[in-house]
Structures are given as C-alpha cells and as structure tokens.
Design a protein around this ligand. Structure first.
Ligand code: PSU
Ligand code: MN
Length: 311
C-alpha cells in the first residue's frame, strides 16, 4: 500500500467495530454551493447519515493522502478555499503525488470508499450519459467506475441535464444493478420521477441489504446502485425544469463548454433559471439520500453480523 489513508477517529473506530459507515463526496462542498452554505450543508448531510444509524465519512484528497472522514475543520477549509480541483478517478494519482487538495466526485469517492473498506456511499446525484453523447461521447466516469468498485451507491438518480434513458442503458449493459427503494420509478434528483420505470423495486431494507451482499458473493466486480426519490413536498415538477435544461444544454454547446466543466456549467445554469425552488429541493435531496444511505448501511451491517462477517 503506497497511498496512505487517513481515517478520522470516529470512522476508524466504527470500521474496527464493524459498525455501519457511509462515505460522502466532497465535490458537492467545493463545486455545488457557495460559501458558507456549502459548509453548513455538508454538516447537515453528515447529521442525516447519523440520523439513519451510521457514521459519516466525507472523503477528499489532501497532503498526499485519501482522507476517510473529514473533520469539521477540514470541511470548513474545503468549503472556504477557492480553486480546489474536481477530482474524478483519473485525477487522483497526480493530485495525491502533488500533495494538493482534491474534491472527489462520485467516481473518485467510490475509489476512496473501497480502499478505505467502506461499503456504502451516498450522493444526491450521480453523473451519467449526457444529452447528445452520440456526438460528444460525453459519458461520466462515474458510470465506468461503477463497473470497477465494490460499493453500494445510494442516490436520487441524476439530474435530467443528462440523458437518463441512455444512462440506464449503460448501467444495464455493464451489469450494474439499479434498484429503487420504496418507489417504482428512476428518480431525477429534484424530480420524484424521471418518467422512466426503474428496472427493479425493493421495499424491504433487509432484502436490499442481502441483495447487496449477494451481488458480491456472486463474483460481480462493481457497484450496486440504489435510488431513493426526493420527498414529494420538496420536489420540482419535471416540466418546470425542462425548458431551463434545454436552454442550458444549447448554451453549453454554443459556448464550447467541454470536458469536466460541462456538468457544473449545466447545473449552475439550471439552478439560476429555477432560482429559489431548486435550492430547497437540492438541500432536501442531499439530506434524504444521506439518511436512507445511513439506514441501509445499518441494515447491511446487521446482516453481515448475522452471517458471522463472512466475506
Ligand atoms: N450530477 C448531479 N449532481 C452532481 C454531480 C452530477 O446531479 O453534483 C457531480 C458529482 O460530483 C458527479 C460529477 O460525480 O458531477 C460528475 O461529473 P462529470 O459529469 O464531469 O463526470
Ligand atoms: Mn463529462
């Protein structure tokens, strides 16, 4: 092992005792919201994991180490710093070698979680296949990393800045399970439904915990995706964001936005267009995915104990 992992005390103790832990991404802190809302939100999301019954481990890169569990001081430093680079799986090696700060995306976070021995990861929204990907080939590395890292990913689907039908096709092709917990449809971040039926629905947390364990017992190498929708009272109707998304996608092309800048550009544009409504929904979905992630990680830890912690 040449890449050091730095655990905070709470996370180290929980892992040593077999208690449930949920990894959380740091890219939402540095690239999702303005300071100081981002710091306050990151702490609320951690509390939501605790409310669900697990220990939160927000993951990032700093001083040549993967941090598994940021302290409140770490979160404040990341939230207030400017220019912390977005770190996807391809970026991690160089950022670690240079000893710089890196804000982990979903792809980077599942790499970190697996190395740290953390089975569950919660994120409000994952990356996916972009609209127009048949021309641009813009497919988030999040999806590719899901085929490699053994982590259970709990999310509210993805924003419909993406082509969600193609995103589901990609996951199906690569054998990544997509299970909607207590809902029938694949959600779209702050919309309860993307209009697409989920490939599978499971309502029982213990069945879902066993399903996650079975996936790896069957020899599968990658992630297990679980979706949970935003609370209905905080949701935004799909048609209200559709026009904003279409405008944002067109503007991104017109302005030649490319590569890893595309996602942030689109999210910003849609947030500006839906002002106010989206920030409440955003907060709600960050908290609810974290809380559900905590409760499912707890169910999984109970199951692991039941079977004598066999791999
Ligand atoms: N999609 C969302 N919300 C997000 C992101 C995507 O609905 O916050 C962020 C996540 O950090 C995700 C990253 O891992 O963007 C994906 O970026 P890209 O499309 O460049 O792979
Ligand atoms: Mn991309």
């Amino acid at each position: 092992m040449t890449i050091p992992l730095a655990y905070n005390e709470e996370v180290a103790d929980a892992l040593a005792e077999g208690r449930p832990v949920v990894a959380l991404e740091s890219n939402v802190i540095t690239h999702g919201l303005p300071y100081p809302d981002n710091a306050a939100t990151a702490l609320k999301v951690q509390d939501a994991v605790r409310a669900g019954g697990a220990v939160p481990a927000t993951v990032c890169l700093e001083h040549g180490r993967i941090k598994a569990g940021m302290t409140d001081v770490d979160i404040e430093r990341f939230a207030s710093a400017t220019g912390v680079p977005k770190a996807s799986c391809r970026d991690m090696a160089v950022i670690l070698a240079e000893g710089r700060m890196g804000a982990l995306t979903v792809a980077g976070s599942v790499v970190a979680a697996e190395l740290a021995g953390i089975t569950f990861f919660a994120s409000a929204g994952i990356g996916g296949v972009h609209r127009g990907a048949e021309r641009t080939m813009d497919v988030s590395a999040d999806l590719i990393q899901f085929t490699r890292s053994k982590v259970a990913v709990v999310c509210a689907g993805a924003k419909s800045i993406l082509d969600l039908a193609l995103t589901l096709e990609y996951l199906e092709t690569h054998g990544v399970p997509v299970v909607s917990y207590r809902s029938a449809d694949f959600p779209a971040f702050y919309c309860v439904s993307s209009g697409l039926r989920s490939p599978r629905r499971v309502d029982d947390a213990d069945v879902l915990a066993r399903s996650v364990a079975n996936h790896w017992a069957l020899g599968n190498p990658g992630s297990f995706l679980i979706t949970t929708p935003v609370r209905a009272e905080d949701a935004i109707p799909g048609h209200e964001v559709e026009a904003a998304i279409a405008d944002a996608v067109a503007a991104a092309e017109r302005n030649g936005v490319r590569g890893n800048a595309v996602t942030k550009y689109l999210m910003r544009a849609v947030d500006v267009a839906t002002e106010g409504r989206s920030s409440r929904a955003n907060m709600s979905v960050l908290v609810s995915t974290a809380e559900v992630g905590g409760s499912l990680a707890a169910a999984h830890a109970r199951y692991r104990e039941e079977i004598g912690n066999r791999p």
